[in-house]
Design a protein around this ligand. Structure first.
Ligand SMILES: C[S@@+](CC[C@H](N)C(=O)[O-])C[C@H]1O[C@@H](n2cnc3c(N)ncnc32)[C@H](O)[C@@H]1O
Length: 219
């Protein structure tokens, strides 16, 4: 069993501004643990987390893959970037956080060079102006506000993720039933040649959570 990262250095005040790991985070950790041996076999050179929040997920991946992988993260929230770096340090994983939306500065520089991407996005359906406000404010609201079908933020990244993925790369995405998984899966296959399957799913209160794994369609 891979240990859950130590977050004891983060304070109540940190979690007023940064997403505290919850059921969605833990489902993603469980999915990565299911795939741990495959991930070790791929031996990623570059791993990127979009929306790293506390840094819990990337530190967990660091526990699977060890120090030969380069760990990059992005988050629109500057507090999250600070916490990601310190959580990495606390768990002996060297993480380089970038305070940007999505992976904007990396699309050209890391074209088809990233071997593992993970994204637990703000997936909660909200009013459209709420997602715009949250993206502008760059604070805790940006952790959940997802627009009408909860896809306002995820949808933007899905248009770009293929550009980053290397030949044998994997991309893990957290989603909820309201996001319309069949539609996501069909679009990604048709538009970007990425096939997907559900690695794990779990009910948590009113949410039905899923982790999707995308790989290139090699047909
Ligand atoms: C649900 S939280 C997940 C945090 C962490 N990865 C976890 O699993 O606990 C979503 C994260 O995405 C970040 N985020 C929201 N919009 C983003 C964007 N456009 N680009 C990068 N990060 C974003 C939020 O600030 C937040 O940290």
């Amino acid at each position: 069993m891979i240990p859950t990262p130590d977050l004891s250095h983060l304070t109540k005040e940190d979690f007023e501004h940064v997403y505290e790991p919850a059921e969605d985070t833990f489902l993603l950790l469980d999915a990565l643990e299911v795939d741990a041996q495959d991930l070790k076999n791929i031996a990623p050179t570059i791993c990127l987390e979009i929306g790293s929040g506390s840094g819990c997920v990337l530190s967990f991946i660091g526990g699977i893959l060890g120090p030969s992988t380069l760990y990059l993260s992005t988050d629109i929230n500057p507090h999250a970037c600070r916490c990601t770096r310190s959580t990495g340090a606390q768990n002996k994983v060297s993480i380089d956080p970038i305070n940007v939306g999505f992976a904007s500065p990396l699309y050209n520089r890391l074209k088809h060079a990233v071997d593992l991407i993970v994204f637990n996005p703000p997936y909660v359906p909200t009013f459209e102006d709420e997602v715009r406000g949250a993206q502008d404010t760059r604070d805790i609201q940006g952790s959940w506000a997802g627009g009408l079908d909860g896809m306002g933020v995820t949808g933007v990244f899905l248009e770009h993720v293929e550009e980053l993925l290397s030949l044998h790369a994997r991309f893990y995405l957290v989603a909820v039933k309201d996001n319309n998984l069949p539609k996501i899966q069909q679009n990604m296959l048709k538009k970007h040649g990425l096939q997907s399957e559900v690695v794990l799913q779990r009910r948590a209160g009113r949410e039905h959570l899923f982790v999707l794994r995308f790989v290139r369609n090699v047909m």
